[in-house]
Ligand binder design. Structure first.
Ligand code: NAD
Ligand code: UD1
Length: 340
């Protein structure tokens, strides 16, 4: 079975490509390399022994996208990761996000349906819930008005799947990720943010590696036990494995809703200070950090109810926070040449 993975050299995409190859799928990787590096393919090849077919294509370029589908007449399904994901940047340049994430996705869906490729797994986000009134959030918790253009592109993506599933033979699964962190056990692939990281864990690991001077904790006066924000951190390999199950479910024609929507989290919430403490414990290092002001747009607290994915997909997050932070650190040590 041939699977096209858009954004396949990116962080979650590359880990998913590895799990797909390990499960015996043939994989075609498509990426414009705007936020990843071609060398990621070397890491994938070292781990799996397979170098997947690669196309450097931008999904906003419909003609080139179509050529990939014509060249590979037997694609069974698409896993769609390709998107820009920096919330702050999307507020500054909304058109960039609308063009890339919305126009790109429309092109992809159009080419897929035109080529009779009718299975898609879509990367959605817990950002669709905003600050939920009740925790944990289930898939039936209300979707709040998007707080950023980025969040809006995820809501639009889910809406496109909804409308196209009703009007065409498209079958889809939308996976709402909570906070993916960590790296492959081999430390051969991991998260590679370009420029200054926005996300917590790459900022922590870069600070520990001496590439950033100090981590700023974005506020410790929230109404949480230690005053810092709570999130549901989940290992990227657990997320990747859920995609293999989801795509197989589409191939097996086993979906019972269209689209099917699943939360991908651990069901546990951890505060920023807990993340710092566990990182210091597993790496036996002191992290240089200070308390700063709140960051605009941060929700206070969110974590998932994972019952639906547990019961219907038969999937469960297996890795704990120690493993998430240790693998993230091992990856950072390798790319930053940290010796001990
Ligand atoms: P990433 O930036 O590492 O990967 C995305 C990949 O898509 C990159 O390799 C990039 O070069 C590529 N890409 C971007 N625009 C493209 C275009 N127009 N054409 C072709 N390729 C393009 O990000 P990630 O963390 O792996 O995220 C993957 C998906 O998951 C995204 O859709 C993101 O919005 C979603 N998501 C991520 C998180 C997270 O915390 N990482 C949380 C929720 C949802
Ligand atoms: C953010 C986005 C979310 C997106 C996800 C992936 C917002 C509001 N949410 O999630 O929509 O899907 O990234 O890109 O931007 N923190 C610090 N110091 C730092 C960095 C982060 O204290 O230097 C804190 C944050 O304030 C937050 C927690 O760490 O409380 C997690 O932050 P982050 O990793 O950016 O993820 P989210 O904000 O949850």
């Amino acid at each position: 079975m041939k699977i096209l993975v858009t954004g396949g050299t990116g962080y979650i995409g590359s880990h998913t490509v590895v799990e797909l190859l390990n499960s015996g799928f043939k994989v075609i990787v498509l990426d414009n390399l705007s936020n990843s590096n071609i060398e990621v393919l070397n890491g994938i090849e070292s781990i799996t022994g397979v170098r997947p077919e690669f196309h450097q294509v931008d999904i906003t370029d419909k003609i080139s996208l179509k050529k990939v589908f014509e060249y590979n007449g037997d694609i069974s399904s698409v896993i769609h990761f390709a998107a820009l994901k920096a919330v702050g940047e999307s507020v500054i340049d909304p058109m960039l996000y609308y063009r890339n994430n919305i126009l790109g996705f429309i092109n992809l869906l159009d080419v897929m349906i035109g080529s009779n490729v009718l299975n898609i797994v879509f990367s959605s986000s817990c950002t669709v819930y905003g600050q939920a009134e009740e925790l944990p959030v289930t898939e039936l918790s209300p979707v709040k008005e998007a707080e950023s253009p980025y969040g809006y592109t995820k809501q639009c993506g889910e809406r496109f799947l909804n409308d196209l599933s009703a009007a065409t033979k498209l079958k889809s699964i939308a996976l709402r990720y909570f906070n993916p962190i960590g790296a492959h056990d081999s430390a051969l692939i991991g998260e590679l943010p370009i420029g200054v990281p926005n996300n917590l864990v790459p900022y922590i690991t870069q600070t520990a590696a001496g590439e950033r001077e100090i981590l700023t904790v974005n506020g410790n006066d929230y109404p949480t036990p230690d005053g810092t924000n709570i999130r549901d951190y989940i290992h990227v390999v657990d997320i990747a494995k859920a995609h293999v199950i989801a795509v197989q479910r589409l191939i097996d024609n086993a979906t019972v809703e269209n689209p099917e929507i699943f939360n991908l989290g651990t069901g546990r919430g951890n505060s920023v200070m807990e993340i710092i403490n566990v990182f210091e414990k597993v790496t036996e290092r002191k992290l240089n950090y200070k308390i700063g002001p709140r960051r605009a747009g941060d929700v206070i607290s969110i974590y998932s109810d994972t019952k639906k994915a547990n019961e219907i997909l038969g999937w469960r997050a297996e890795r704990d926070l120690e493993n998430m932070l240790l693998t993230a650190w091992n990856w950072q040590k390798r790319i930053s040449n940290v010796k001990n």
